[in-house]
Design a protein around this ligand. Structure first.
Ligand SMILES: [Zn+2]
Length: 197
């Protein structure tokens, strides 16, 4: 059979008005304004799965929207009141869900610091991969993350290759995501750096 797989078809991911053209969009109140909307200069990669290590449901969407059902799983009772979010989630099947436009501040990094500057949420974009530290990510997640990161670097040129980090890098000792299975060389080698003019 020669019918093309969805994952092999060209996808033109663009950012328009701080929104990803190929994403499903959900609104959340878990966000606020950036002090300086021009100050977008760091990309933070995370992982999340709800319940932990389980994939393929809509609990992450519910969590970032603030409507996670406390009684749906014992773990949810601990976390359902947390007010957190990310700009985008990349699901196991490559779907992008966007919760917060990039010019606004999502609440993903928490207590954090990069190169001596704290409060990374102020100036960072946060992308969550549906995943867990010890479970390999899917090929389509790497492919979509590459496309999305390239589009982000185009739209926000202060985000250079050296300013793409893991949550563990900006909150060492407190956070471990995206985990030891995340293949940083694979991501870095697949990216297309923006040529400086
Ligand atoms: Zn994280």
């Amino acid at each position: 059979m020669s019918s093309p797989l969805l994952s092999q078809m060209p996808i033109n991911t663009r950012i328009e008005q701080h929104r990803v053209s190929t994403a499903r969009h959900i609104t959340t109140t878990h966000k606020d304004e950036r002090a300086d909307p021009q100050d977008i200069s760091l990309l933070v990669i995370h992982n999340i799965s709800l319940p932990p290590n389980q994939f393929g449901n809509n609990y992450i969407d519910d969590f970032f929207e603030g409507k996670l059902a406390a009684d749906a799983h014992p773990y949810f009772n601990e976390i359902h009141r947390m007010r957190v979010s990310a700009h985008c989630v990349i699901k196991r099947d490559g779907e992008i869900v966007q919760f917060v436009p990039f010019n606004q501040r999502a609440w993903h990094a928490g207590l954090s610091s990069f190169q001596g500057r704290s409060k990374c949420n102020d100036y960072a974009i946060g992308i969550e991969l549906e995943g867990a530290d010890h479970i390999p990510y899917t090929d389509i997640q790497y492919k979509v993350l590459t496309q999305l990161t390239n589009a982000i670097m185009q739209a926000y040129p202060k985000i250079t290759l050296g300013r793409i980090v893991g949550h563990n890098d900006i909150a060492p000792g407190r956070k471990t995501d995206p985990g030891h299975v995340f293949d940083w060389p694979r991501l870095r080698q697949s990216l297309t750096p923006v040529k400086s003019l």
